[in-house]
Design a protein around this ligand. Structure first.
Ligand code: MRU
Length: 369
């Protein structure tokens, strides 16, 4: 993706060799430091996902795919029957890393079913490597197509604004850091900027993880895209005062009926958008559709993370990165990581195949189901 300082242009890549290594941007240190981490085992991949060194549904999927390859590679001396039972255990463990993004189980299942087609251990390892590469590349092409389809909305809005910037509100980080390249919600924004359509982005998710404030702001800054960080509670106020033209967010899991799980607080943005007649779009690669699920509220597992992420806050002080307690020592907290936005609050989905309504009928039509 666009950057100013020769930073890596992807979030994940594989270095081939006698001992393969998967490298990732370790997102815990952004925006203050850009650190690269090496992953060599499926256990390390599991930790990187659960502790959010990598995060964002498409990137969780790509990382899990590489994790399955590392698991397979590290079983290279196993007998095929032993290989199968051990790889299944690795898959089960990896599957528990984070519950909400469907891309995790999607990538793992893809790897398992593909490896089953081969009988020798060497072939299985080779198949896992190729599949991980395909999943990674597909994430890039899907996101790029989301950009191409979504930029038409921004172009239309811009035509009615006489050169004034289109104000886009996005929640959390659904940018290239959450994917491999481009991002989902940000892909149309990057393209609009490239085509010289004036845009300005309101960036939120300031708690619990500050993903918008830390990550989306960093990304947009790298690409010289005008943006302003707002506290999570500000969105409704901006919408009431005509300061938001469109909301575009990402998704971790979308049911076939069109209910969306995304970073906690997305639902409140969608409610405010509905009340103020502002289009609310979800950028959606097909890898985040869960065709097995219908009702998001009843069926999508919502991750509850460690309460310390709410009780404490991390930031830069002088030259060091520190974590400080911001609540009374003994007060408890609860840390819901995602919420459900029901389909009736969503104007449409921007997918790699085009834009559609948030309904079972439209999704099925677009994806030939
Ligand atoms: O907890 P996170 O940072 O993994 O949550 C990420 C989001 O909610 C994103 O909006 C979502 O994964 C879509 S990413 C293109």
């Amino acid at each position: 993706m666009v950057n100013q300082q020769n930073y890596p242009n992807r979030t994940i890549w594989h270095i081939e060799g006698d001992e393969p290594v998967v490298q990732i941007i370790d997102q815990r240190w952004l925006p203050h430091e850009l650190r690269i981490a090496n992953l060599k085992t499926v256990d390390e991949v599991s930790i990187a996902i659960s502790e959010m060194w990598v995060r964002g549904a498409p990137l969780i999927g790509a990382t899990a795919a590489w994790g399955m390859y590392l698991a397979a590679f590290n079983l290279k001396n196993y007998h095929p029957s032993e290989f199968d039972s051990t790889i299944n255990k690795a898959a089960e463990k990896l599957n528990r890393a984070r519950p909400t993004a469907v891309n995790l189980q999607w990538a793992i299942n893809n790897q398992l079913s593909n490896m089953k087609r081969f009988s020798s251990v060497n072939e299985k390892i080779e198949a896992a490597k190729n599949k991980a590469a395909v999943i990674t590349e597909e994430s890039v092409t899907r996101c790029k197509s989301i950009g191409v389809n979504g930029v038409t909305l921004l172009k239309e809005l811009s035509q009615n604004k006489n050169g004034a910037p289109v104000n886009i509100l996005t929640h959390c980080n659904a940018g290239w850091l959450a994917c491999v390249e481009w991002g989902t919600a940000t892909a149309p924004i990057y393209l609009a900027h490239k085509y010289k359509i004036p845009v300005h982005v309101w960036v939120d998710e300031t708690r619990p993880r500050n993903q918008g404030a830390r990550l989306t702001a960093w990304e947009l800054g790298q690409a010289n895209i005008p943006h302003t960080i707002i506290a999570d509670n500000v969105g409704g106020h901006l919408m009431q005062h005509g300061m938001v033209d469109i909301c575009i967010v990402g998704t971790d899991r979308t049911t076939r009926k069109g209910d969306v799980a995304n970073k906690i607080g997305t639902y409140l943005k969608a409610l405010a958008a509905k009340d103020n007649d502002i289009p609310f779009y979800v950028a959606l690669p097909s890898s985040t559709i869960d065709w097995e699920m219908e009702n998001g509220l009843e069926e999508i597992p919502i991750e509850i993370r460690n309460e310390e992420e709410v009780r404490k806050i991390k930031g830069k002080s002088g030259n060091s990165i520190e974590e400080i307690l911001i609540v009374p020592e003994k007060s408890k907290a609860i840390n819901y990581a995602f919420d459900i936005t029901p389909h009736h609050l969503i104007t449409g989905f921007i997918t790699e195949r085009g834009i559609c309504k948030a309904s079972e009928e439209s999704l099925k039509k677009l994806f030939d189901k």
